[in-house]
Every structure is written in C-alpha cells, then in structure tokens.
Write a protein that binds this ligand. Sequence first.
Ligand SMILES: NC(=O)c1ccc[n+]([C@@H]2O[C@H](COP(=O)([O-])OP(=O)(O)OC[C@H]3O[C@@H](n4cnc5c(N)ncnc54)[C@H](O)[C@@H]3O)[C@@H](O)[C@H]2O)c1
Length: 287
Amino acid sequence: MRDFDGKVAVVTGAASGIGRALAERFARAGMKLGLVDIEAAPLESLADELRAGGTEVLTRRTDVADADQMDALASDVIGTFGAVHVVCNNAGVGSGGPMWELTPADWEFTMRPNLWGVIHGVRVFTRHLLAQNEGHIVNTASMAGLVSVPGLGPYNVTKQGVVALSETLYQELLGMGSKVGVSVLCPGFVNTRIWDAERNRPEHLRNPEPLASAEQVEALRDALKTLIEASMPAERIAEKVLDAIVNKRLYILTHDSTKPALEKRIRCILNDENPTLLEGGFEVFSK
Ligand SMILES: NC(=O)c1ccc[n+]([C@@H]2O[C@H](COP(=O)([O-])OP(=O)(O)OC[C@H]3O[C@@H](n4cnc5c(N)ncnc54)[C@H](O)[C@@H]3O)[C@@H](O)[C@H]2O)c1
C-alpha cells in the first residue's frame, strides 16, 4: 500500500505508547482512524487532538480479547467508514516472574490481549481486506517473539505465537495471490507505559495472594521502567511501520540488538548446540 490519504486505519491499544504514535502517524498521512483501547480517557483525549487537526476518528472502548466486542468493532468501523485498509493489532501487556510460580490468572492476563487480541483482529478484519484485495495487517509482537528472554515467560510465549500467526497468514495470502500485506513488528525496548501494564489487569485476574517472588517481580518491573524510559521513542517505531507497509515487508526489526541474538538462536538450533545464558540480560534489547 502506497497511498494512505483518505484510507482507513484501525489501531488497537491506541491510547498509549506505540499505538498512539501509530495513530498520530496515520493521521498525518491523511487516514481516517478507528481507535481502540480499554482506557477510555486517554483514548478520547487523543481522538479530540486528532479531530482538532482535521482527522475523522471513531473511538471504541473495546477489550481486544473479547470475541463479541471485536465482532462489533469490525461492524462499527465498516458501518462508519465503509472500508478498512490498515489494521494494527497492537494492544498488549507485559508481565513476568519465575514461570513455575505464575498463576493461571497471570498467564491469562498476558495471553488475552497479546495473543487472543491479535487472533480476533485477524479474524474480524482480514475478510474485508481480502474482499477489496487491498490493505495491510500489522501485528505487534516483540524481539521476545524471536528470542526467549528469561523472566518474561508468558510474554515470550504470546509474542512467539504472534510471529507464528503472522508468518502463517503471510503464507496463506501469498498462496492465494492476494495483494493484502502482512507485517509483524518485533521491537526491542520502546519508551512507552508498558512497564506499568499491571494497570490493565482486569479485577477478576488479580491474584488473591502476592507471588512468593513478589519482591523479585517488583525489582524486575523497576529495572524495566528505567530501561524503557531511556529507550527508543515510539514515534520512530511508527515511521518504521509506515515504511514496512509501503514496502510490503513482513518482518519489522527496529533494534540492532535483535539480529545477533536471533542469529545465535538459529545457529544453536541448526548446529545442535545448547544456548548459553543470554549475554548482558534483557538490557541488551534497549539498543
Ligand atoms: N514498549 C516496549 O518496549 C515494547 C517492546 C516490544 C513490543 N511491545 C508491544 O507493543 C504493544 C504496545 O505496547 P506499548 O509498549 O505501547 O505499551 P503501553 O502500555 O504504552 O500501551 C498499550 C496499550 O494497550 C492497551 N490495552 C491493554 N490491554 C488491552 C485490551 N485487553 N484491550 C484493548 N486495549 C488494551 C492499554 O490500555 C494501552 O493503552 C504491546 O503489544 C507490547 O507488547 C512493546
């Protein structure tokens, strides 16, 4: 897709961070926007800013993990704008801790938006893009979709699922000769509010008791906050996404640190070698 003016983009997780930067970038490209989040106040304030600049915006307080809400979202977007061209399945949360201690609620908290949110986004929108034989789907994974980072078990699992889902979709569309493009966004650390993702945990998925390693998990969160606040601005990620849509690139790797770690993983798999401990810890992914 090269021509964005007057076209329609849907962005999930648009109230903050990468989603917000994508929405602002698409607005500058002249697109109409369907913006989605569970946090209504920051979503509406972004929409007001964009409308003041002349952008047509539809907002929905939608939980991306809820199948019915996602069906309703697709109907609303098509009903309002008549079409959809770019779909960014971006909403997500981060969580961590030793895997053997995590509760079913911890797993579900991460699996719902990060994996089910992308599954539903692909399920409800792809058929519209296929019918018009035009458009692009961008699924937000992470460098954790390509490299397994210790301490981030559920996050790694969901993001590697998003990479697999995106690669499969890409192959399926390629096989049918469709002009619809697919990208999977795999950033290292980006300066957003993801370090505070616990704010997005639904009440029914709160643990009654703190984990035995609560202090360790707290320390992990503090370390992530410091790293993340010094990391790449979300606006740079949005530029790279636009470029990938224009050039129809499947993989969007935004940080130099991802490639050596990925090469090492592949080398181990191909050469029948065991991995060594991730050199430098997850800090390396801030570059
Ligand atoms: N920031 C990073 O370092 C980084 C790195 C790699 C990948 N990512 C991915 O980028 C995506 C965006 O995260 P971010 O870093 O901008 O964080 P963020 O916390 O700033 O933004 C995430 C947004 O998603 C929304 N959200 C969460 N659960 C939702 C749900 N169930 N339904 C609808 N909206 C929901 C939140 O309310 C929030 O507005 C996530 O998928 C994340 O995993 C982030």
